[in-house]
Design a protein around this ligand. Structure first.
Ligand SMILES: Cc1cc2nc3c(=O)[nH]c(=O)nc-3n(C[C@H](O)[C@H](O)[C@H](O)COP(=O)(O)OP(=O)(O)OC[C@H]3O[C@@H](n4cnc5c(N)ncnc54)[C@H](O)[C@@H]3O)c2cc1C
Length: 532
């Protein structure tokens, strides 16, 4: 045993436990691997945790751990063991310096992009007014529940609009491929506001809609304590400019908010706002996205396919990610926004249009699991080459879904086997409220989408034996996978032809998902603050 008497911190990846083994075994597993005495390991803690289900018969829980030891052989081993590193100093957290020249900034939209932009600007000492067309989350939940129980659709208080933004009624998945030091700060902020600590170590963190609603209330209080003015039921309806530079935000066609900068974080469903920007000559461009359907299976079936267990106390509800590239059409067909043990949600925000998405609670304990199955769409598929053509494309198919569903906001649905032309009829089992209505889904989708799905499904079956089953139901349509256009901005995040306007988040076409929208909002705020 080589002792150098200097205690160092090490990080070891891929430490595996069988599903039935206790985490207390981690230290001895590490000692075994490093061939040192377990007593030599101190302060072991988990920094990352995931599931390895590549071998169905032997699903593993896989950890990255950090620990202290003064055994010199471990330091030597770092040189040629890619799983092991010596942790010198954790990167310093990004500090936001307070400004000496506060700016008046209007932030539009209380989704992740707007919330994190407002928080960052307020922490930096700027004067922030945060406006939202919808209502506080408590009232919003009441309006959405009423709609799901057959009540009227509220145009400004629904699954897309209101405090928390589009992600409030979601699985609250916090995964992102972006590697940026600020993502840690975003996760830590959510934990400070009550999100489960596990999101700091999980390989695939999620909050769940139930916990997210509580987090939003603490987020609101923090903003109020930092002096942010919050305006609900306040819709940005216009922009005033002097010599081309933005000077004032117009709210509800009535109130005026003078500002030095405006962060426009309105999400991908603010179609009236897109139309206003287009009318006012703000540069927009159509962009690709994807559309398709939601597929719903019994959660136990997906667990069995993925883990070999229908229900195991030590395993989470199983998820999946499927992709297929159709060489012929050059289109991608893939699963998207998977919600294990969740629900399909009716997510309309416009009259006589039906669109679906998915959500889960933190525990993901529902009896059904769902995800979107979507096909990539490109501007050439739109009726014309104007910036809003993609919006009209979405509206067309959402309208078809409304009609096919019977015109009362029930989404159209079809048994998977019937969609594939393998079996007539078949049961429709769905968690979607207010319920679904049997329909021929090819009537609600462009042919290239129906064909793409029919092309890809057998490939998905080969990857997940049992995916194609009479127990699966398809529900239409999923059209809001990302923004149908981009609000074109320059390298500093400012609109290319409206100085003072800072498009941010998913609606601007530069982010997709909760984490990347929050990160984009924060970066735009730091740009306005002058701390890039
Ligand atoms: C049902 C559902 C489930 C989802 N699940 C997940 C998930 O699990 N994980 C994930 O990463 N992503 C998920 N997403 C996507 C995610 O929610 C979005 O990517 C993210 O919320 C985008 O953040 P944002 O701040 O850019 O915009 P949004 O969250 O859309 O927020 C925009 C806000 O602006 C407001 N607004 C719009 N127009 C105006 C105006 N003119 N004036 C004032 N306010 C306005 C809206 O009311 C809204 O509150 C889901 C989306 C939905 C709809």
């Amino acid at each position: 045993m080589l002792v150098n008497k200097e205690i160092r911190c090490f990080r070891l990846r891929e430490v595996a436990l069988n599903v039935d083994e206790e985490e207390t075994l981690l230290a001895s597993r590490v000692a075994e691997y490093l061939q040192i005495a377990v007593e030599q390991i101190q302060g072991l803690h988990v920094v990352r945790q995931g599931i390895d289900a590549r071998r169905k018969g032997r699903v593993l829980r896989v950890y990255t751990v950090e620990f202290l030891t003064d055994d010199a052989s471990v330091l030597l081993r770092c040189e040629n063991d890619p799983r092991l590193i010596c942790v010198v100093d954790a990167p310093a957290a990004i500090e936001i310096q307070r400004t000496t020249q506060p700016k008046t900034v209007v932030v539009v939209g209380m989704g992740p992009a707007g919330l994190f932009a407002a928080l960052t600007l307020a922490q930096a000492g700027h004067q922030v007014c945060l406006v939202e067309r919808g209502k506080p989350v408590e009232q919003r939940v009441v309006d959405v529940e009423s709609f799901w129980n057959g009540g009227a659709l509220q145009h400004n208080s629904n699954v897309q609009f209101g405090e928390g933004g589009a992600g409030t009624f979601s699985d609250g998945k916090l995964t992102t491929r972006i590697k940026h030091p600020l993502t840690r700060r975003i996760l830590q902020t959510l934990v400070d506001f009550g999100a489960p600590e596990q999101i700091l170590v999980q390989a695939k963190p999620h909050i769940g809609t139930d916990r997210l609603r509580q987090v939003l209330i603490r987020f609101r209080r923090e903003l109020q304590q930092l002096g942010v003015e919050l305006r609900y039921e306040s819709c940005l309806t216009g922009l005033d400019r002097q010599n081309g530079v933005l000077t004032t935000a117009r709210i509800n066609d009535r109130d005026e908010l003078p500002c030095a900068a405006l962060v426009l974080a309105v999400g991908h469903s603010a179609r009236d706002t897109y139309a206003m920007l287009d009318e006012q000559g703000v540069r927009l461009e159509a962009k690709p996205f994807a559309i398709g359907v939601r597929i719903e299976h019994p959660a136990a079936l997906i667990n069995r396919i993925q883990f070999g267990h229908s229900n195991h106390p030590r395993l989470p509800t199983a998820d999946y990610a499927l992709t297929f590239n159709d060489r012929q059409s050059g289109r991608g067909i893939y699963s998207f926004c998977m919600c294990p043990g969740g629900q399909v949600v009716q997510s309309s925000s416009e009259s006589e249009m039906v669109v679906v998405n998915g959500m889960s609670d933190y525990c993901r304990a529902g009896s059904l699991s769902n995800s979107a199955l979507v096909v990539s769409v490109r501007p050439e598929d739109f009726a014309d080459d104007t910036p809003l053509a993609g919006v009209r494309f979405q509206q067309h198919w959402e309208r078809q879904a409304f009609l096919a569903g019977g015109g009362d906001y029930r989404p159209p649905a079809q048994n998977l086997m019937a969609f594939l032309g393998r079996k007539k009829g078949g049961q429709l089992v769905s968690s979607c409220r207010p319920g679904v209505r049997s329909a021929e889904l090819t009537q609600t989708l462009p042919d290239f989408v129906s064909d793409g799905l029919k092309q890809a499904l057998p490939h998905f079956e080969r990857k997940m034996r049992g995916f194609i089953t009479t127990e699966a139901t398809l529900i239409g349509v999923e059209t809001r996978t990302s923004a149908p256009l981009r609000i074109v901005r320059d390298g500093h995040g400012q609109s290319v032809n409206c100085p003072g306007l800072y498009p941010a988040g998913e609606g601007a076409g530069y982010a997709g998902g909760i984490m990347s929208a929050a990160l984009d909002g924060m970066q735009i705020a730091l740009t306005i603050h002058g701390q890039e």
